[in-house]
Design a protein around this ligand. Sequence first.
Ligand SMILES: NC(=O)c1ccc[n+]([C@@H]2O[C@H](COP(=O)([O-])OP(=O)(O)OC[C@H]3O[C@@H](n4cnc5c(N)ncnc54)[C@H](OP(=O)(O)O)[C@@H]3O)[C@@H](O)[C@H]2O)c1
Length: 311
Amino acid sequence: MSERIAVLGAGGHTGGFVVAELRRRGMTPIPCGRATDLDRAFRDADAVINCAGPFATTAAPTIGAAIRAGIPYLDVTAELEVVADTFAAFPGAGIPIVPAVAFYGGLGDLLATAAVGDRPGADHLTIAYALSSWRPTPGTRATGRVSAQRRDGRRVTYTGRRLRHRTGDAPRTEWTFPAPVGTRPVVGEFTTADSAVIPTHLDVPEISTVMTSNAVDDLLAADPSGPVAIDEHGRSAQTFLVEVVARSGGEERRAVASGRDIYAVTAPLVVAAAARILAGEGNAAGVASAGARFDARDFLSALSPGHLTLG
Ligand SMILES: NC(=O)c1ccc[n+]([C@@H]2O[C@H](COP(=O)([O-])OP(=O)(O)OC[C@H]3O[C@@H](n4cnc5c(N)ncnc54)[C@H](OP(=O)(O)O)[C@@H]3O)[C@@H](O)[C@H]2O)c1
């Protein structure tokens, strides 16, 4: 029988991609809106994918309902504080809980895990994001406001094995991405869910993150029209490249992925994770990330070349 997946926030931009990807894979989405009685909806579901953000409001109550229903919970949060809260609040949960299986969070975690390979970790990780543009959705803008409020205007970095707050302007520098992106101006300390997820299973004392300046400027300008679909899958013209560099001693290991549309690519990531868990892979109870649960290289390869280009 086709797996039934409850999708919270199914009417949103990312939720729409997730519903379409579930259907494409022969699974049955159960769309859940704001007024949904989660206990009732989850009674008929085999798993839940939470796409309703800001997750500061939705993650804990949805996880609570998933625990009562006894079904796996996955979400696509980019909020690193929510990831940290989820790990802290539900360590002994009797269901698999997988936070941040998305462009921010899951992809960086899987690339970092692939780059580190058979090592337990790395002395230093750099995660470098290149976006050709970024027209944020209302959900992204609302999430940015909630996170800024929660941080009291400060930024977050991961250093000395801890997430720490910083004040002042983020550093601006340059980063040389693999071709065809090349050397680009970047903003440093662009810390995302990746930096909350990766240290939960890799031994990494320092994580640096950079984002191309044009994307940060787009985010600050926040065009209210949001992403514009240009293909039959509803994807925008936005392209991305994510490079993870793991340094240990004098050695560097890299993993790179590129593709189109950070919202659209979130759907195959989280749906693939749900499908693997329901098939019995990486389905241990408790909170663990995609990189901790799955063979990262195999997971990424299975999304290539349709959703991601690797290397
Ligand atoms: N980690 C990543 O890379 C990544 C990727 C994609 C998305 N995201 C995150 O996913 C979230 C959604 O993004 P989006 O692009 O889909 O935004 P969106 O198009 O604005 O959709 C947001 C959806 O969430 C629902 N929602 C919001 N608050 C809710 C609540 N309290 N209870 C129930 N439903 C609620 C909204 O319902 P209404 O229509 O009723 O308001 C809407 O369906 C954001 O937090 C974004 O940061 C993260």
